[in-house]
Every structure is written in structure tokens, then in C-alpha cells.
Write a protein that binds this ligand. Structure first.
Ligand code: AMP
Length: 289
């Protein structure tokens, strides 16, 4: 497994693989890897096949963090990450630093105009512009056939599918299911930053989603379901609820009245300085129109 720090080095290796007609599958990450990331590597391998190549990137992208967010304190452990990726059979890692990635005179951005300003985009202005721009750059550097992203970042996956479609990027986007700890907490690199009492309280997100999933087929309206989820979260004194939204699972459009199509419940909750997100797609009853 080669570790590349520069665009030219990884491009040189990729050129050789392309000559062999290898399918190339990219898994972008910000590192500090956990089982959730590793499940993406396995999906990438399935898609690439034994003759294909899996490329992981590790880059804590400064442009997707706002002022006062956790760019500096975001957990990092490169050598452990490299060991985990090697053990997974990943073929190459792109782990550049910010000066390699961004030209000091850069002036071009990629933005999904509508999706970028709703939901998490409202809580974190500029976040999805940073995400769309770095993922575009990674696609241009690596030129993968396919790329794998987790459903944990549901809106991010929607942003990436949208920009790939809109800009004819020709990269197949594969979504991967959320991996959870035994107590239901969605795996996240940020979980290590939770104080012990917050770590103990954080599974309330998964419990609120479990309850909502069970209630969804009852004919309940979106707004009542939302109130229920919010009340469950607010009953946990350590949780600071940032947002609870119920949207059309396919389009992320707002919905009202009884659920008639699959809906996604999107949660953003802070514990101390740690910002956690989680989501669940729920289904109305079979009898719904
Ligand atoms: P990150 O390093 O947080 O930027 O995540 C890199 C990729 O891993 C993204 O596509 C995430 O959606 C995905 N990911 C993060 N946590 C999980 C999880 N618990 N289950 C599945 N995928 C995840």
C-alpha cells in the first residue's frame, strides 16, 4: 500500500493502473478511522473486484469547517489509520496536506445551491460548499470509476449525488449503511471527544430514532413525529438539540401531514463541544396512499 503526499505521485500510480484497465474506487475520509470507515473500504473492494484498485484519501479539509468549529481539535492519528487501511487491503492512500491541495490563489468553488443552505447547511454555513469543492478536487485528482460515502452523512451524500449528476462527473456514487456501536451510537471520529457522561448519554439519538421508526407506520403526521423525537432528545439534560427534521427521504424536500412515502429523520445534537449527527429512513404503513 503506497502512501502518497502529492497529487503528482498518486496520479503516476493511477496512470499505471488505468493502463491495466483496473476499476478504481475512491473512499474519501478525514481519518481517525473506525469500523464505519472500514465498512466503506469493504464495499469499495466489492465494487472494484479483485483486479481493481481501492484508493482511500485522508484529509481533514479546512474549507468545510467554519470559524469556531473543531478543525484544530479534530482527532488525528495517521499511522494508526495507515495500519488499518493496510490490513483492509487498500491499494493506495492519498494523504496530502492543505498546501498541496489548495492553490493559494484558488478562486473556484462548487456549490449545490439549494441543498447547501438547508438543514446542516443552515447550522454550518459554507460547510457543503467546502465538501462539494474538495470532493470535486479528489474526483479530478483520482478520476475514480466509483466512490463510496456513508449514509451517516445523509445530506452530504445527497449533495454529492446532486453535484455528480449536475456536473456530469461520471463517477458512480455508492451509499453505505450507518455502522453503530453496541449501544446504538453511530460511529464517528468525534465520539472520542465526548466526556464520559456525554458518551453515556449519546445513545439517546439512536433510541429516539428507534422510537420514531416504530411510530412511523401508525399514520402519524410528520410534525407530530418530529415533536415526539424532539421531546425524547430534550428529556436528556446533557443533550443540546440543534435540529430535528423530517424530510422526504429521496429529495430532502419538506413534508407535512401523514407520512405517505419514505421519510428521513435527521438529528443534530451537541454534547458539550461535540457536534453529533444521526438519521434514519422510516416507512409509512403499507396501506398509506
Ligand atoms: P469522515 O471521515 O467523517 O469524513 O467520514 C468519511 C466517510 O465515512 C463519509 O462518507 C462518512 O459518511 C462515512 N462514515 C462516517 N461514519 C460512518 C458510520 N458510522 N457508518 C458508515 N459510514 C460512516
Amino acid at each position: 500500500m503506497e502512501i502518497h503526499r502529492s497529487k503528482s505521485a498518486i496520479r503516476a500510480e493511477l496512470a499505471l493502473w488505468r493502463k491495466q484497465d483496473a476499476t478504481i474506487v475512491l473512499v474519501p475520509t478525514m481519518g481517525f478511522l473506525h469500523e464505519g470507515h472500514l465498512s466503506l473500504m469493504r464495499l469499495a473492494r466489492q465494487r472494484a473486484g479483485a483486479q481493481g484498485r481501492v484508493v482511500a484519501s485522508i484529509f481533514v479539509n479546512p474549507t468545510q469547517f467554519g470559524p469556531g468549529e473543531d478543525f484544530e481539535s479534530y482527532p488525528r492519528d495517521e499511522s494508526r489509520d495507515f495500519d488499518l487501511l493496510r490490513a483492509e487491503g487498500v491499494d493506495a492512500v492519498f494523504a496530502p496536506d492543505a498546501t498541496e491541495v489548495y492553490d493559494p490563489h484558488a478562486q473556484t468553488i462548487v456549490e449545490t445551491t439549494e441543498l447547501a443552505k438547508t438543514l446542516i447547511g443552515k447550522l454550518r454555513p459554507g460547510h457543503f460548499r467546502g465538501v462539494a469543492t474538495i470532493v470535486t478536487k479528489l474526483f479530478n485528482i483520482i478520476r475514480p470509476d466509483a466512490a463510496v460515502f456513508g449514509e451517516k452523512d445523509y445530506q452530504q451524500l445527497a449533495v454529492i449525488r446532486t453535484m455528480t449528476r449536475d456536473l456530469d462527473m461520471g463517477v458512480e456514487i455508492i451509499g453505505a449503511p450507518i455502522q453503530r456501536e453496541a449501544d446504538g451510537l453511530a460511529m464517528s471520529s468525534r465520539n472520542v471527544r465526548l466526556a464520559p457522561a456525554d458518551r453515556a448519554a449519546a445513545p439517546i439519538l439512536a433510541r429516539a430514532l428507534d422510537q420514531a421508526e416504530a411510530m412511523a407506520p401508525s399514520g402519524i403526521t410528520a410534525s407530530r413525529l418530529r415533536s415526539h423525537v424532539r421531546a425524547t432528545l430534550e428529556a436528556e439534560p446533557r443533550a443540546r438539540v440543534q435540529s430535528v427534521d423530517i424530510r422526504d427521504a429521496a429529495t430532502l424536500d419538506t413534508i407535512s401531514g401523514p407520512l405517505t412515502r419514505p421519510a428521513v429523520i435527521l438529528l443534530a445534537v451537541s454534547f458539550g463541544k461535540v457536534f453529533l449527527i444521526d438519521n434514519r429512513v422510516v416507512h409509512p404503513s403499507q396501506e398509506a396512499p
